[in-house]
Design a protein around this ligand. Structure first.
Ligand SMILES: *Cc1c(COP(=O)(O)O)cnc(C)c1O
Length: 401
């Protein structure tokens, strides 16, 4: 893992205060290059699933690499426009959204994936063949790190079940829909390449029914390492196997199919560092608690879906290793890590959380009336503040006094 040095992180903490999110653009670049190298030779496009991290400065950097952007709300579409993405580079994959947002996306000229028969029908009535559409399918397979981050299984709310193909085709027929893309996104933290291939196999069965198809969108979900020596998706193998599968299944309609991916976590997880400071040490019969100046209001992933974040005490690299419970300062059970071995922790030390780029700041809240942290970007050795730390006025901004 090529990481930002402790010295740089300490300097950022003293210059900008804590807690603070730090993003390393060069890491995003190298992750993007790993993807493009793996799919070299194929007709493949990558749309960054920006719900992982939407700071406009990060979006601009990702656009500069040549990627498009995949959005989960109309506001993300608008943020992408602010960041300079052209409509042709923006994809809006809907999840149970109001049809008005689909109309707005259409008026902006972006790509649209629709995930319900209901919205597909409204789309057909309004636009007929005049505007291309993607259909988000649910392949009914189990994929991803755990149930909470699995989206393609039978009980999932996402997409239109492949078992309802006849209903989809009836709508295509009735409204002369221009189905340009078929989409699946089956989950997050998918380590096994075979799981991706299983989804693709199911898609191959659907392709012959869509005469104007041009794009197969395989979603995101590639797994990154969280621990030292942790397993991740084998990206070169994924590239090879996917291109192989498509070569073996030429589009029966003759049109070559472009392959799209929507990586979120893969591009930005490892670029992120969350720096906190220890407020209080508390020894009890159960654990030695290190309570930091943050909580699940800033980084909810451990409490929300048991995610693991590597933590380092960058203030005491020579200290003895001991076991700690690292907790937040929120009035609610708020455990970042239990039984975690760290270099001796003292009040005032800086604890850094790794893999904090994806779904970190983005899922933060003002719970306990705490303020959201600042965000800082590192690019080619330059450090830039890209979001101000909130202040007390922000808590009152929308309250009617
Ligand atoms: C969240 C999401 C992604 C990205 O998932 P990652 O696990 O972060 O790669 C891609 N596509 C869609 C439709 C999503 O909702």
């Amino acid at each position: 893992m090529d990481s930002i040095s402790h010295a740089t992180l300490s300097k950022i903490a003293s210059d900008f205060g804590t807690p603070v999110y730090v993003y390393d653009c060069n890491k995003i670049t190298s992750q993007y290059q790993r993807l493009t190298n793996a799919f070299n030779g194929g007709d493949v496009r990558f749309f960054y699933a920006c719900k992982a991290l939407t700071n406009v400065n990060i979006l601009r950097h990702i656009r500069s690499l040549g990627a498009g952007v995949d959005c989960s709300s109309i506001n993300e579409v608008k943020l992408a426009v602010v960041a300079g993405f052209l409509p042709s580079e923006i994809l809006y994959t809907s999840n149970g959204i109001d049809f008005a947002e689909i109309e707005e996306a259409q008026s902006m000229g972006v790509h649209i994936n629709i995930d319900s028969l209901s919205n597909l029908e409204k789309f057909g009535k309004k636009f007929g063949h005049s505007y291309p559409v993607g259909i988000r399918l649910r392949p009914n397979i189990m994929a991803g790190g755990n149930l909470k981050i699995s989206t393609g299984h039978e009980k999932s709310k996402f997409g239109i079940s492949v078992n309802q193909l006849d209903k989809i085709l009836a709508l295509v027929d009735r409204y002369d829909l221009f189905v340009q893309a078929l989409h699946i996104h089956t989950g997050s933290d998918i380590r096994d390449v075979d799981v991706f291939l299983k989804g693709i196999e199911i898609l191959f069965d659907q392709i012959p029914f869509f005469k104007e198809l041009e794009i197969i969108d395989l979603g995101g979900g590639m797994k990154v390492p969280y621990k030292k020596d942790d397993e991740e998706t084998d990206i070169p193998l994924l590239g090879m196997k996917v291109l192989e599968a498509f070569a073996e299944h030429p589009n029966p309609n003759g049109k070559p199919l472009q392959i799209w991916f929507e990586p979120g976590k893969f591009l930005v997880s490892e670029c992120g560092y969350f720096i906190t400071q220890v407020n209080v040490m508390k020894q009890t019969g159960a654990a030695n608690f290190a309570s930091v100046n943050s909580g699940f209001n800033h980084l909810i992933r451990p409490m929300f879906y048991d995610s693991y974040h590597r933590i380092e005490n960058i203030s005491n690299p020579g200290g003895d290793s001991q076991s700690y419970a690292v907790v937040g300062n929120i009035c609610e059970t708020d455990t970042f890590a239990w039984n975690r071995t760290l270099q001796e922790v003292r009040e005032g030390d800086l604890l850094v959380f790794y893999n904090a780029g994806a779904y970190g700041f983005e899922m933060s809240s003002n719970f306990n009336s705490r303020l959201k942290p600042a965000e800082v970007m590192l690019k080619d050795g330059e450090v830039t503040l890209i979001r101000n730390r909130e202040d007390f006025d922000d808590l009152l901004r929308h309250q009617v006094l």
